[in-house]
Write a protein that binds this ligand. Structure first.
Ligand code: ATP
Length: 435
């Protein structure tokens, strides 16, 4: 249905000129080696959809490593090869990368045996993919540069906005595809086809997802929570009964849904501050999703997801600490007690930014949200001008009082009671003399 002319037109219209000439160069090296070379997968999908995608995946019918190494040598680029998988990565001087794979066929000679890997045709190779929309290929070598190969009805599915697996055992073969289906559905605004959805439900019912390793499940969840609209994907997971594979007690109800929706607002707000700092947005979503379960269950969910022991401990400690601080702040506000900037500072300074954002999303009190926002935008950057060296010069003997006095001065700074270095020195002298 799509002719070569239209593909060429799309390329010239939507791709940067350097990408088009890169594709041509790849084709030329293919010609030289007499190897058929194709651009495949997400890159082609997004080209046809008009979405930007800088990840170029190339498939070679034949020796992909030879191809990648020859290409890199011609152009003076670096290349990293993985003999065992027949794959290579070409690394450009500016860090840009192209992944190269050899079309291959994996099969199991006997049940339980290691897979045998053999060369195969492009079509057989594409058949191993997750969804039809990812099976498109564009020919780069030969006279027909730009020719679209559509073996599995991908073009129709792109038009119908449909996510379809290639065969009925797809989710049995790889249960992570269940989560990938939801991620693509939400990202592209597509719909999982009715038959594919039935296969998902069947995989859930038959317990195939129990067999999914924690690391792989975590990777999929993180990928979903890094998308633009994670909440919709989480709703979809809930609808398909997938949340219980993280932990049986995780269910969507009014409370965690409210917090999840707030996370979207709060992280958007944080983004717009344009701070140099990056946050792990998925952690904030994960804290929101699990907000109603006990600490023990939270620990259980992290264990199921094979979160490293070190990070798991840190996460749970942060969660507990965050909840405690939240409670203190809400109580103060409820009682109408006076809160000084220094109070906010010392409550919040031990928390990671992820937990700060989680608290902002969770609280129902505007005042508390404002406390955290004040901390993030202003208070946490406040420092004293004087240091321990100044205290030493003023004759303070070594000991814990250094910390106390510096905190006392920081408090004055935060509350606007010290505006200059002289103010700080005066406070320091007073404190030292007071003993
Ligand atoms: P993204 O923009 O998220 O990177 P993508 O389509 O490039 O989208 P990747 O996760 O980078 O997706 O995977 C690259 C290609 O590898 C996909 O187009 C897909 O067809 C294939 N693929 C990835 N994971 C699987 C899987 N679990 N099973 C089958 N094919 C997969």
């Amino acid at each position: 249905p799509v002719r070569r002319r239209e593909v060429l037109h799309l390329m010239n219209k939507s791709l940067p000129a350097r990408v088009v000439s890169l594709l041509r160069d790849l084709g030329r090296v293919g010609d030289e080696l007499e190897l058929p070379v194709y651009a495949v997968g997400g890159f082609v999908r997004d080209l046809l959809l008009g979405n930007e995608n800088d990840d170029i995946d190339v498939s070679v019918e034949g020796d992909g490593i030879l191809f990648a190494e020859t290409f890199a040598a011609r152009m003076g680029y670096r290349v990293k090869s993985h003999e065992k998988f027949g794959t290579a990565v070409i690394v450009f001087p500016d860090g840009f990368k192209v992944d190269v794979a050899s079309t291959r066929l994996e099969y199991y000679a006997t049940p339980g045996a290691l897979p045998t890997v053999e060369r195969s045709s492009l079509k057989m190779d594409l058949y191993r993919r997750d969804f039809t929309i990812n099976t498109l290929a564009i020919r780069l070598s030969g006279a027909d540069f730009g020719m679209l190969f559509d073996y599995f009805g991908a073009y129709r599915d792109l038009q119908e906005k449909s996510i379809r697996v290639l065969h009925n055992l797809s989710f049995v073969e790889d249960p992570t595809r269940v989560f990938r289906a939801i991620r693509f559905e939400q990202r592209l605004g597509f719909q999982i086809s009715r038959h594919t959805e039935n296969l998902v439900k069947n995989a859930v019912k038959m317990g195939f997802l129990d067999k999914l390793g924690g690391k792989r499940l975590l990777n999929e969840l993180v990928a979903i929570m890094k998308e633009r609209e994670p909440v919709r994907a989480i709703l979809r997971m809930s609808g398909l009964g997938l949340l219980r594979f993280i932990h049986p007690e995780i269910v969507l109800q009014a409370e965690n849904l409210r917090v999840l929706d707030e996370v979207k607002k709060v992280t958007t707000w944080f983004d717009l501050l344009y701070l140099a700092e990056t946050v792990e947005v998925w952690v904030v979503y994960f804290l929101a999703l699990t907000t109603a379960i006990s600490d023990d269950s939270f620990w259980g969910a992290c264990t199921r997801l094979s979160v490293s022991e070190h990070y798991r401990e840190r996460l749970i400690e942060m969660r507990i600490h965050g909840e405690q601080v939240l409670e203190v702040m809400e109580r103060k506000v409820a009682r109408g007690e006076d809160v000084r900037p220094s109070d906010i500072y010392f409550w919040l300074r031990g928390l990671t930014t992820e937990v700060l954002l989680y608290i902002m999303a969770k609280t129902r009190r505007d005042e508390v949200r404002k406390f955290v926002s004040l901390f993030v935008t202003r208070l946490r950057g406040v420092t004293t001008s004087i240091t321990g060296d100044d205290l030493k010069r003023l004759g303070l003997p070594a000991g814990p009082r250094y910390r106390e006095i510096l905190d006392r001065i920081l408090t004055a700074r935060l509350n606007g009671e010290a505006a200059s270095r002289d103010d700080e020195l005066r406070i320091a002298s007073g404190e030292i003399a007071a003993v």
